[in-house]
Ligand binder design. Structure first.
Ligand SMILES: [Zn+2]
Length: 145
């Protein structure tokens, strides 16, 4: 998988172009935020004079940890309205959108991820299994030495 999101400016059709694919650009290494797969993109790029305008959507799958119950869960972070405009120099062949796309995805990550809107959290989690009380009898014993 490519690890940069590039737009081939030199070959862009005058009326704009839509391009799709997947790039491996989220290199987070956090204990509670683990990306898997790449960023899937579906973007439209068009040149307006020296300005390249790119819009579309981005998606990245993550393995996150629920801020309520502490369990791992998988989720897809979606940026529905990714928009970036880049100034293109006269002989520039390609535009690198890697940093913009990465930032958009990371900013869209939930601050307090929840595995489910209805997650009851850790306090109200299903009752713990009954404690093993076979040893409780010992508590009542007087130890006389
Ligand atoms: Zn949860």
């Amino acid at each position: 998988m490519e690890n940069r999101l590039l737009v081939d400016v030199a070959r862009l059709k005058p009326g704009g172009e839509t391009f799709e694919g997947e790039v491996d650009i989220i290199d987070l290494d956090e204990e509670f935020v683990k990306p898997f797969g790449g960023v899937r993109y579906s973007l439209t790029a068009q040149l307006f004079g020296a300005e390249l305008l790119v819009r579309g959507r981005l998606e990245q799958d993550f393995d996150l940890v629920c801020s309520r119950c502490g369990r791992d869960f998988d989720t897809t972070v979606k940026v529905e309205d990714f928009t970036v405009s880049v100034e293109i120099a006269e002989n520039q062949q390609e535009a690198d959108l890697t940093a913009d796309a990465r930032e958009s995805i990371i900013l869209t990550l939930p601050t307090y991820p929840v595995c489910d809107e209805a997650c009851p959290g850790i306090e109200q989690k299903a009752a713990e299994p009954p404690a093993d009380n076979r040893w409780a009898a010992l508590d009542g014993l007087e130890v006389n030495r």
